[in-house]
Every structure is written in structure tokens, then in C-alpha cells.
Design a binder for this molecule. Structure first.
Ligand SMILES: *Cc1c(COP(=O)(O)O)cnc(C)c1O
Length: 216
């Protein structure tokens, strides 16, 4: 269930340059429709099958963000309509999205996911690998635009650690922005740490539980 009060106070709190992606994974089509009716258009999903089922039933002007781990062989399912893919974590996936975008006569915006957390399990490129990604993609990517970076901080209650990770990410973002003119999106911050994300320079936050309530 959507909590309109939380939603509106969150909106009021976010600086004008920060886009709110409402993370609706595991939430029902009705929940999404409720938020849609309050005027929201950016929604984030983690699972391809779930996204496809919802996308079919919901208004066409929703901007769908894919924020989960995308397998290369599933890119073709979301290519016809996806607005932004946040979690590009391999060159193979990047090339596949490019191919599928071409097939659909579209240009697809993507973010490269950078591994900034202490946990080994989180997906993403190491910061040191990014240069090679841009280099290898050069001239080959005609149907994707790398709009920026996405990162998830460590699952920790320690704000000092989280802030450090976000600051690191911003530093990398700024470095690449000098040569990547199309860079405009830095996606970092979730329900628990969006304040830190924004104060360290995020301009896109991905928030689920704060808007929709806890997931089961
Ligand atoms: C689930 C998820 C979120 C939202 O998490 P909340 O804690 O509910 O705000 C944000 N980003 C990613 C990548 C997620 O998987």
C-alpha cells in the first residue's frame, strides 16, 4: 500500500535536481497505479518477468527503470520499452543492450554499476575497470548512451562508511564526466541512505520501502 503522506513529504524534501525512482518490486499493480494517480511516473523494478507483467497492465507513459541484475539473454524482453537500465555490469551486457536497442530502432539509456560496497556479493564493475569499458565500447555502441553511474553502498548501520563509499563514487563520476559529455545521472541512495547519497552528490534516488512500506 502506498503511503501518500510519506510520498509527498519525500518529494518535498528532495532537491529539484534529484529524480525519485519509486522502487515497486514485489508490490502490486494496484499499488503502482495508486502512486501513478498521485502523479508519479518513474518506477524501478528488479526482475524481468515481474516487470513485463506489470508493464503490460499499466499506463504506457510510465518510465520504467531496470535496477536489478540483468542477464544478457533477457535484455531483449525489456528493450522495446525500458527507460533506463541502471545495472550494466559487464561489457557483454552493454553490447547486448546495444544490439537489442538497434533491433527495436531505439536508443537506450544506461548506467554502469560500480562496485563500491565492502560486500563481495554486490554486482558491478570495479572502478578500475571502467576505463576499459569505455575504451572497448568506443565506436561499437550506437544505440546505447551511457548516461552515468549507479552504486549501492554497504549494508551497514555505519553512516561514515556509507558516506565514504558515496563520496568515492562521486569522485569517479566527476572524473569521467570530464570526458563523457553525455554524463548526467548519478544514481545512488535507497530508503536507508538516500540522505547520504544526496549530500554526496546523487541526482537519482531509488526508494521502495519508504513509499510502499516494507517488502515481505
Ligand atoms: C530494492 C532496491 C532499492 C530500494 O530499496 P528500499 O530499501 O526499499 O528503498 C533500491 N535499489 C536497488 C538496486 C534495489 O534492489
Amino acid at each position: 500500500m502506498v503511503n501518500p503522506q510519506s510520498y509527498f513529504s519525500l518529494l518535498k524534501e528532495l532537491p529539484d535536481n534529484v529524480t525519485l525512482v519509486a522502487v515497486s518490486k514485489t508490490k502490486s499493480v494496484n499499488d503502482i497505479k495508486e502512486l501513478y494517480d498521485l502523479g508519479h511516473r518513474d518506477f524501478g523494478e528488479n526482475y524481468v518477468q515481474e516487470l513485463l507483467e506489470k508493464q503490460e497492465q499499466l499506463p504506457a507513459d510510465i518510465r520504467w527503470h531496470f535496477i536489478g541484475h540483468l542477464q544478457s539473454n533477457k535484455a531483449r524482453f525489456i528493450a522495446p520499452f525500458i527507460h533506463l537500465i541502471h545495472g550494466i555490469d559487464s561489457l557483454k551486457l552493454l553490447l547486448e543492450v546495444d544490439k537489442q536497442a538497434k533491433k527495436n530502432k531505439r536508443t537506450i539509456d544506461v548506467l554502469l554499476q560500480v562496485h563500491i560496497a565492502m560486500e563481495e556479493t554486490k554486482f558491478g564493475f570495479e572502478a578500475s575497470e571502467l576505463k576499459e569499458v569505455f575504451h572497448s565500447g568506443k565506436g561499437k555502441l550506437e544505440h546505447v548512451v551511457i548516461k552515468g553511474l549507479m552504486g549501492m553502498a554497504s549494508f551497514t548501520g555505519n553512516p561514515v562508511q556509507v558516506r565514504k563509499e558515496f563520496a568515492f563514487m562521486k569522485k569517479i563520476y566527476d572524473e569521467y564526466q570530464k570526458e563523457q559529455e553525455q554524463f548526467s545521472i548519478l544514481s545512488m541512495g535507497m530508503s536507508a541512505d538516500y540522505h547520504l547519497g544526496i549530500s554526496e552528490g546523487s541526482n537519482m534516488v531509488r526508494i521502495g520501502s519508504l513509499i510502499f512500506g516494507d517488502r515481505k
